[in-house]
Design a protein around this ligand. Structure first.
Ligand code: ZN
Length: 228
C-alpha cells in the first residue's frame, strides 16, 4: 500500500495513507528491524514478557478497537459544557502541564484512559491524562501515521521511555497485534465508579456498545504481509 502526497494551501506537502497498519509504520521507518508476526505469535513466552514490558512503559500506543471508534467521553459529551468542565478540571489537576513529559505548552489535550477486559469484552474508562501533542501522538499512533506525524511520535516514544528505535518498533508492532485481536470482538462500555462519582454525566457512556460493522469494514488482514 502506498501513500500519496497532497499540497496544503500553505505549500507544505502532506502524506496521506488510506489505512494505518502495523507494517506501514515499519515501512515508514525502514531503518527499524522487522520482527515477524508469526515469530511473535509462536513465542507465547516472549509475548508475555513483551506485554509486561510494554505495559510498564511511561508512554505507549493505546489503540482503540475498531468497533469503538466514534465513541468516547469527548465525542459523546462535547456538544454541551460537560466535556469542557472535565477538561478544565483535569488541566488544573495536572498544573497545566503534560502529565507524561512535564512540558507546559498552550495546546494540551485531555486524553481518555481506557482499560480493556478481553475476557469480559468490556472497555472501562478509568481516568484522564493531560498530554502535549507529541505524547498524545504516541497514544494515537495510527492517527499520527495518517497525519504524517509518525516519526515525531516514535521519537517521543523513544525519548520518554528511554528506549532505542528498534524497541519502539517492537512496541508499535505489539500494539498493532493487540489492536487487530481486539478489533474482531464486540465491546460494551463501562465507567470506573470513582470517575463516575467525580463526573456523573459520564453515565451516558455506560452500556454503549461498539459498532460491529466497523470490523467488516476493515481489510487489514490483506495488508499485513511482511514488507519485501
Ligand atoms: Zn508530553
Amino acid at each position: 500500500m502506498r501513500g500519496s502526497q497532497d499540497k496544503r494551501c500553505d505549500g507544505r506537502e502532506v502524506h496521506r495513507f488510506p489505512m494505518f497498519t502495523g507494517h506501514t509504520v515499519l515501512q515508514a521507518l525502514p531503518s527499524l528491524q522487522w520482527v515477524s508476526k508469526d515469530t511473535m505469535a509462536r513465542r507465547a513466552d516472549q509475548m508475555d514478557k513483551l506485554r509486561s514490558l510494554v505495559e510498564g512503559l511511561r508512554l505507549r500506543p493505546e489503540l482503540v478497537p475498531a468497533p469503538l471508534w466514534g465513541i468516547s467521553a469527548f465525542k459523546n459529551l462535547r456538544r454541551n459544557a460537560a466535556w469542557a468542565a472535565i477538561r478544565d478540571s483535569e488541566l488544573q489537576k495536572a498544573g497545566n502541564r503534560c502529565s507524561v513529559c512535564g512540558i507546559a505548552v498552550p495546546q494540551l489535550i485531555c486524553h481518555e484512559r481506557w482499560d480493556y477486559d478481553d475476557a469480559k469484552g468490556t472497555a472501562t474508562l478509568i481516568g484522564f491524562q493531560i498530554h502535549c501533542s507529541p505524547c498524545d501522538s504516541v497514544t494515537h499512533i495510527g492517527l499520527a501515521y495518517k497525519l504524517g506525524r509518525v516519526e515525531t511520535a516514535v521519537a517521543q516514544l523513544c525519548s520518554v521511555n528511554g528506549i532505542p528505535p528498534k524497541g519502539a518498533a517492537l512496541v508499535c508492532q505489539y500494539a498493532m497485534t493487540e489492536w487487530k485481536r481486539r478489533s474482531k470482538k464486540p465491546w460494551i462500555l463501562k465507567v470506573q465508579a470513582q470517575i463516575l462519582k467525580r463526573y456523573p454525566l459520564l453515565a451516558e457512556l455506560v452500556g454503549l456498545k461498539g459498532d460491529p460493522r466497523r470490523v467488516s469494514q476493515l481489510k487489514y488482514e490483506k495488508r499485513t504481509k511482511r514488507p519485501g
